[in-house]
Ligand binder design. Structure first.
Ligand code: NAP
Length: 298
């Protein structure tokens, strides 16, 4: 019989990930701080948990996918947290993007109770979560990765065991340098296309499969030209990730000039109250610099 799964954090990512676990035949017990977000999943076959501790007490493997480091600490180490419900031998898999160092500290606290932990941050956006094609970067013990593999395969396509605890989070930060770099390149490219008077959809069709292509360009450039700013990944979370990237770079003494610039461009959008829009909203920061808009107004 397959292991019972607990899932904590039913946001943009968690919703799709739980659906794919249900589709793969796992029994899934869910909990979300805002309970209403659990209801559609319960209608599709998930069981409703009453707290992270309750989910942990009724699961063999518990997945967390919440916003930031303090949020993972709250749902795992808090009074009603996983640590106060899980049996020894339970496996916790954290799919949130958080601090590598905090990850090692959380894993050490769980280990005192015989609870195992993998860091398994993901990439692939809301689309990847919905389609079950996420890229999953894993840190932790090889035997735990092997145990988690059926669960990872239900949610993702490219699953890589990077190394010891925290290594998955380090690679996720590397991933984020590329995500925002590609995002800035996409926005600059669309600005030039708009100014050059060419058809934007034809521009996307012509170049997205060539050497200039990227996931960001394929998935978000069409959204930009429709001026659809709904989030696959919110600016507030993007900034959280860039803080983690820049902190790590500072600790390691690594210069990341473009990433620092992009962090500050996003800050101009946060200052305008746009934190809940998608990260492709970076376009608006460049439009302010250029003095014209890209897209449907053309
Ligand atoms: P989201 O839609 O904002 O969802 C965040 C989830 O975390 C919600 O379920 C929220 O509960 C819960 N949460 C936040 N703080 C909490 C707390 N203190 N206690 C309990 N629950 C808490 O975010 P998301 O896009 O799904 O992202 C989740 C994680 O995946 C983040 O670490 C993000 O960086 C990472 N990620 C996202 C993407 C993407 O494209 N979206 C891609 C890769 C990785 P409520 O519903 O009650 O607010």
């Amino acid at each position: 019989m397959s292991e019972r799964i607990g899932f904590i954090g039913l946001g943009i990512m968690g919703q799709g990930m739980v659906r794919n676990l249900l589709k793969a035949g796992f029994a899934v017990r869910v909990w979300n701080r805002t309970a209403a977000k659990a209801e559609p999943l319960v209608a599709e076959g998930a069981q409703m948990g009453v707290s992270p501790a309750d989910v942990a007490a009724n699961s063999d493997i518990i997945i967390t996918c919440v916003s930031d480091t303090p949020d993972v600490e709250a749902v795992i180490l808090g009074e009603d947290g996983v640590i106060n419900g899980a049996q020894s031998g339970t496996l916790v898999i954290d799919c949130s993007t958080i601090s590598p160092q905090a990850t090692r500290e959380i894993a050490a606290k769980l280990a005192e109770k015989g609870i195992k932990m993998l860091d398994a941050p993901v990439s692939g956006g809301s689309e990847g979560a919905a389609k079950g094609t996420l890229t999953i970067m894993v840190g932790g013990a090889a035997e735990d990765v092997e145990r988690a593999m059926p669960v990872f395969k239900a949610m993702g396509k490219t699953i890589t065991h990077i190394g010891a605890t925290g290594a998955g989070q380090v690679v996720k930060l590397v991933n984020q340098v590329l995500v925002v770099g590609n995002c800035l390149a996409m926005c600059e490219a669309l600005l030039l296309a708009q100014a050059g008077g060419v058809d934007l959809q034809k521009t996307i069709d012509a170049i997205s499969q060539g050497a200039a292509g990227s996931w960001m360009f394929t998935n978000r450039a069409p959204q930009i030209i429709r001026r659809d700013w709904r989030p696959g990944f919110m600016i507030s979370l993007q900034q959280k990730d860039l803080r983690l990237v820049l902190d790590a770079a500072d600790d390691l003494g690594v210069p990341l000039p473009a990433t620092s610039l992009i962090f500050n461009l996003y800050r101009t959008l946060e200052a305008q109250g746009l934190s809940s829009e998608g990260n492709h909203g970076l376009m608006k920061a460049l439009e302010h610099l250029a003095g014209f808009e890209v897209g449907s107004a053309q």
